[in-house]
Design a protein around this ligand. Structure first.
Ligand code: SF4
Length: 343
């Protein structure tokens, strides 16, 4: 694969200009052009001589291949330079527009209720491919660098962000940079299935974003059954890292809890959540299970009651509105459907 220009931050582009015997200011012109979603043919600020030197690079690593318009969301299938397909969704809220980005093609974490992991990990996305999703959707919504049409980013698409740590960290630095889209850390959420050591690393490298933990069970044995990562990092190790992140970032942590019929939706399950999260500044998001046809799991019939139980136990809890569900099923399903259709 050719080198991707969006993988370069401003300093790296300045070094590239130096190597190409070009003035330093061209780096910022190039970066602005890339963030606007321009490519070599649509750029109007760089001289032809420089564009010739940059013709072997990939300018835009993400192409919107299909868009599915819903009432309050648009789902996208993106095509990558190597023809891999990933998906994303932008959700329109009263307070702004949230883009959910993917960090890997596929995922190797094997969570039992998830469609993204059915083919395993295909490959990591580069920082520029993650940033490219923001660029492509912002352009699709007719935004620019200053007047962005995306206000919030959640790293909750396919892939485990902390399993692609270096590229994700570079993306976070780039997207929050004043040279780039200048997102506030407060408006970014990162969701992990519970890689405790990398959560500690994140607390040192990039605190201040919202840490979201895919919990799905507060019982160690049950969690091991649903989420293989729990075999490597126990709940007690994970909670230590969560507390550490909280202390270093000063932010409330969010726990995501997918309710699966007969698996994790009893009163005892609710009590275990309360016990596990006691003393932690946190919020619990209950998520109705998205149907994955390859798995034999159903969404809980007990969602409202489970929410009420948690409230009674003193937890801060809401049921997540699954926006965009009318467009298609679970995260990962859209990509699989596309692959099946093209086979
Ligand atoms: S829930 Fe997240 S970490 Fe688990 S398999 Fe799916 S994409 Fe991977």
């Amino acid at each position: 694969m050719n080198e991707i220009l969006l993988d370069y931050n401003l300093q790296e582009l300045q070094q590239l200009m130096q190597q190409l015997n070009e003035p330093k200011y061209r780096a910022k012109q190039l970066l602005d052009s890339l963030l606007l979603g321009q490519n070599i043919d649509t750029n109007t600020t760089l001289p032809k001589s420089l564009k010739d030197k940059l013709s072997t690079f990939v300018w835009q690593p993400i192409e919107i291949y299909k868009a599915f318009q819903g009432k309050s969301a648009i789902k996208f299938l993106y095509k990558l330079c190597d023809n891999n397909i990933i998906e994303g969704i932008v959700m329109f809220h009263k307070y702004g527009n949230t883009l959910c980005v993917s960090t890997q093609v596929g995922c190797r974490m094997g969570c039992k209720f998830c469609a993204s992991t059915l083919d395993g990990l295909i490959r990591n996305l580069t920082a520029g491919e993650i940033l490219g999703q923001v660029v492509a959707v912002n352009k699709y919504l007719q935004g620019n660098i200053v007047d962005r049409k995306i206000t919030n980013i959640v790293l909750m698409g396919s892939g485990e962000p902390l399993d692609n740590y270096d590229n994700v960290l570079k993306f976070l630095n780039m997207v929050t940079s004043k040279d780039s889209f200048n997102f506030s850390r407060r408006n970014i959420s990162l969701s992990t299935c519970g890689i405790a050591d990398k959560t500690d690393k994140l607390a040192d490298d990039f605190p201040g974003i919202v840490l979201t933990i895919s919990l799905h069970s507060a019982h160690q044995a049950k969690r091991q059954e649903i989420m293989p990562i729990a075999n490597k990092f126990s709940l007690s190790q994970l909670m230590k890292s969560v507390k550490n992140y909280q202390v270093k970032s000063g932010r409330r942590v969010v726990f995501e809890y997918t309710l699966i019929d007969g698996v994790n939706d009893s009163i005892n399950d609710a009590k275990s959540i309360r016990d596990l999260t006691k003393g932690i500044m946190c919020h619990i998001n209950l998520i109705p299970l998205n149907y994955v046809k390859e798995r034999n799991l159903k969404t809980s019939k007990n969602i409202t009651n489970f929410e009420m139980q948690l409230k009674k136990l003193g937890c801060s809890v809401t049921v997540r509105n699954s926006m965009g569900s009318e467009i298609d099923g679970a995260c990962g399903q859209l990509r699989r459907k596309h692959l099946e259709e093209t086979e």
